[in-house]
Design a protein. Structure first.
Length: 269
């Protein structure tokens, strides 16, 4: 059973687990489980996709219960009315906060995008982030005797494919567990020490206007059991907080020493 965060006669919102595709894809022909079909079977009603959420990313996934509502919700994404907040564990120490303004070329798939224009110009892509917590652990990775990691909150202004993963790679702070845009040495360490089998990126919060009532709907997903175990293993208990904002207020000053966030920004350890 998929966790349902919200449901009424117009909308259903689930907490999608990592590793689950939203819908059928030619890229993953072997997959037999999909969020849309599982939700449809669970509630006994046809559902319509509203937005994307990568297979390895967990968290808030909104679906409409009619094509008309799907159109209205999709317009909110296009018009940037919807606000989203993600949580990620990344390599290295990030700055206390920052903005990544870096255009991204469209990612085309060799199989499904054969007829697509191959030379499209890069598209505007903007991501804001804040550091929530940082840690240095005595685990040798590559040529470094210790390893440093940051737990960050991400707020994308745009919605390019793999935007957060590509943006964090661009600033030399790839997300732990990212097998496409990440650091293989650190991913291996997490697999060996923590049995990590997922991307440590969660679509944690989403706010949007109800397409019928106009009410502000604000939803929050879980961090996920595996992500929580990783944080505990690193000595972080931030996941116990009820909201991301509470995490920031309570922990950033206690866990990040003054100027600590500046030490390894843009370094590759």
């Amino acid at each position: 059973m998929l966790p349902i965060l919200y449901r009424d006669e117009y909308i259903v919102v689930i907490d999608k687990p990592s590793g689950l595709l939203v819908h059928r894809s030619m890229i993953d022909k072997h997959e037999t489980r999909f969020a849309l079909q599982m939700t449809r079977d669970q509630i006994g009603q046809y559902v319509y996709p509203v937005h994307r959420l990568d297979k390895p990313t967990s968290g808030v996934l909104v679906m409409a219960l009619s094509s008309e509502i799907a159109t209205k919700l999709s317009q909110q994404f296009t018009q940037k009315i919807i606000t989203k907040k993600y949580i990620a564990l990344v390599r290295g120490f990030t700055l206390a906060e920052g903005t990544i303004d870096y255009a991204l070329k469209e990612v085309l798939d060799k199989m499904t995008d054969k007829k697509a224009q191959q030379d499209k110009p890069a598209q505007e892509a903007v991501t804001h982030y804040k550091t929530l917590w940082q840690v240095e652990v005595p685990f040798a990775v590559g040529r470094y005797p210790t390893a440093r990691y940051s737990l960050i909150s991400l707020s994308p202004e745009t919605g390019r494919k793999h935007q957060l993963r590509r943006h964090l790679k661009h600033i030399f702070h790839p997300i732990v567990g990212d097998t496409t845009h990440g650091d293989g040495k650190h991913n291996t360490m997490f697999r060996e020490r923590f049995s990590l089998n997922r991307l440590l990126l969660v679509a944690k919060e989403m706010s949007f206007e109800h397409p019928v009532t106009g009410e502000l709907i604000k939803l929050s997903a879980s961090m996920g059991e595996e992500f929580e175990k990783i944080l505990v293993g690193l000595g972080c208990s931030l996941y116990c907080s009820d909201t991301v904002d509470h995490i920031v207020e309570q922990n950033i000053e206690k866990n990040v020493a003054p100027n600590q966030a500046n030490l390894l920004n843009n370094q590759a350890n």
